[in-house]
Write a protein that binds this ligand. Structure first.
Ligand SMILES: Nc1ncnc2c1ncn2[C@@H]1O[C@H](COP(=O)(O)OP(=O)(O)OP(=O)(O)O)[C@@H](O)[C@H]1O
Ligand SMILES: [Mg+2]
Length: 586
């Protein structure tokens, strides 16, 4: 238990005051609750005497009963406010830490994790843990106080009757122990099914355009239906066991009442027990049924939450990316942007063949390097190793002569402005998407400037609210080319010494591309730039061109040199030129 919950126990110290208040409320309210049935018993005994004084006594006891119940209610209220409230705050802390941790996990984690499953851990698993530790522990705590005190009070009235009544109540524990492990197992299955279902739905929604394009709605529905069917099966199996548990608990509770009526009744007739105290007993049994049931129920809540905590811990146990710095970190005072790659071999996790195979080249600070080659040659992989999105082997990639694996991630990443191949924009205003690159505020003049470089200024005029236009899921749908150019503008805002452009103009026409490249040239002159492109006309002015083929460096040189060399570059360039000329004729 301690082991399973060690992570959440860390949140306890900061809430010790409300927890202490809550615990006091538990003790006070339960003690008063145990006292109240005695008053009822005495009131009934007073009535049984049949005298006017007896009636007066009964009324006086009745008022006391009301007062005690009121105070008990106030303490019960306090108990819920302090304990359940604290559980909500602690769950918030846990959720916040989990989110922050996930944000810092390496790219390899996201390659192999379904978003839906991650969301389930962040929401329903956290809630399961909260529920067991908040309301769950509260019920356990009140049982721990209530049970011994109530039993002592019962024994004080009749030892034998107490023992008889406890039999069925304790049988409740046995039932819980038998059914508990089954419930635990099935709960885990249900949680996994929920994860599968939401992952399925999430992917289907994210790929809605593909689904529509291929008219595969029925396929998606069937797949979702399957997952859903599985979930229902698991849930029903779990519900059956839960129902069995709850059912037996009620039957045993009823049994306890029967014992009191029957055995207690015979004691009343024999004159060894006052009739009023029989009522006290009935109230005690009623009072003890719920804690027994709640204990049984809390046991399964704890089993569910132990499984949930395990799933949460699986995420927390993944090392954050900044933790993977092999040697003492080096501070880069002024990054100039020289890059050298030497003997770089890299294989993606789970991939059979290396994406990069013994690649070496250098870029002087301020120069522009083009990275070209067939699809899947390893161009994007190479860029992601420079920024340590994926971790390169030590000693293979250096920035200004310093091994990147020794540079703290924040420092390293501040050296790069990246335009990734998939143009991702957040579902917010254009302004916010651009400002995302900055730590401070976005200067409108500067925004206009970069939008102009990225060739988006003319279209911006047509947007309903200019820079304040919301794009993406909640607003205006941008075209592929508009999205790409927005990401270029975003990267330009970041005054980083190295600019990485991964095929960022693939979705614009040749004329627009040429115009943007002209404008970009100025920005690139001040920085080191690596430009990935499929259209070779894009990169002919680069200081150097590297051709990758199946992860290997196939050719390297200037445009003229490579055309001269007559390899893949020369062939592809000639082909593309011919195509362009034919297009021009058409
Ligand atoms: N996250 C990943 N996990 C496993 N394999 C990967 C991953 N990313 C890329 N690969 C593999 O590595 C190889 C190189 O991929 P990469 O994306 O670097 O190619 P690329 O040159 O950028 O291609 P393109 O021109 O199509 O963008 C491919 O065989 C690809 O399947
Ligand atoms: Mg790529």
């Amino acid at each position: 238990m301690r082991q399973a919950y060690r992570r959440i126990l860390r949140y306890v110290p900061r809430y010790k005051v409300p927890l202490l208040f809550g615990a006091c409320c538990v003790v006070a309210s339960r003690l008063l609750m145990v006292y109240a049935p005695r008053l009822v018993g005495e009131a009934l005994n007073a009535l049984e005497r049949g005298s006017p004084e007896g009636v007066d006594d009964a009324v006086r006891l009745g008022w006391t009963f009301l007062g005690v119940s009121l105070v008990a209610a106030v303490f019960t209220f306090g108990m819920r406010v302090f304990l359940v409230g604290t559980s909500r705050r602690a769950a918030r802390d846990l959720q916040r830490d989990l989110f922050a941790h996930v944000e810092r996990l390496p790219a390899t984690f996201f390659d192999r994790t379904r978003t839906g499953d991650l969301l389930a851990r962040l929401t329903s698993d956290v809630e399961a843990v909260r529920f067991s530790l908040g309301p769950g522990l509260m019920y356990v705590g009140s049982t721990i106080v209530l049970f011994p005190v109530a039993v002592a009070s019962m024994m004080d009235l009749s030892l034998t009757l107490t023992l008889a009544a406890l039999g069925p109540l304790l049988a409740i524990m046995v039932v819980v122990r038998v059914l508990g492990p089954q419930i635990m197992r099935r709960t885990r299955a249900v949680q996994e099914s929920i994860g599968d279902l939401s992952a399925r739905a999430q992917e289907s929604f994210a790929g809605a355009r593909v689904v529509r394009a291929y008219a595969t709605e029925p396929v998606e529905e069937a797949a979702f239906g399957n997952e859903n069917e599985g979930l229902v099966r698991e849930t029903l199996a779990l519900a059956n066991f839960r129902a069995m548990l709850t059912g037996s608990l009620y039957v045993l509770g009823g049994g306890a009442n029967l014992v009191v009526l029957w055995y207690g009744g015979s004691q009343v007739i024999a004159g060894t027990l006052d009739l009023g105290y029989l009522a006290t007993y009935m109230l005690y049994v009623g009072m003890l049924i719920w804690p027994m049931i709640s204990v049984g129920w809390v046991v399964s809540a704890f089993q569910r939450s132990a499984a949930a905590m395990e799933r949460i811990d699986e995420i927390f146990d993944r090392p954050e990316e900044s933790a993977i710095t092999s040697e003492p970190a080096v501070e880069l005072e002024r990054i100039r942007g020289g890059i050298s790659v030497s003997g770089l071999t890299f294989r993606h996790t789970g991939s059979a063949r290396p994406a990069l195979d013994d690649v070496s080249f250098e870029i002087e600070a301020g120069h522009t390097l083009a990275l070209v080659g067939p699809v899947g040659a390893g161009k994007s992989t190479l860029l992601s190793l420079l920024t340590r999105e994926y971790e390169p082997p030590p000693g293979t990639v250096a920035l200004d002569g310093v091994d990147v694996t020794r540079i703290p991630l924040v420092v390293l990443r501040s050296a790069f402005a990246v335009v990734p191949q998939d143009a991702f924009l957040f579902s917010t205003t254009l302004h916010n998407n651009l400002a995302y690159a900055l730590t401070g505020d976005l200067d409108p003049a500067r925004a206009r400037e970069v939008l102009q470089i990225a060739g988006l200024d003319e279209e911006l005029v047509g947007f309903p609210k200019g820079l304040e236009t919301v794009v993406g899921e909640r607003g205006l749908q941008l075209s592929g080319g508009q999205k790409q150019r927005t990401t270029v503008a975003r990267a330009l805002l970041r005054e980083a010494p190295v600019l990485l452009l991964d095929d960022c103009l693939s979705a614009v026409d040749t004329q627009t591309e040429a115009r943007i490249l002209d404008a970009l040239r100025e920005a690139m002159r001040r920085r080191t730039a690596i430009v990935v492109a499929h259209r070779l006309s894009t990169v002919r002015d680069a200081d150097r061109i590297v051709v990758l083929d199946q992860g290997r460096l196939a050719e390297i040189g200037t445009h003229a040199e490579l055309v001269e060399a007559g390899g893949w570059y020369a062939e592809t360039y000639a082909e593309q030129r011919l195509e362009a000329e034919l297009e021009g004729l058409a």
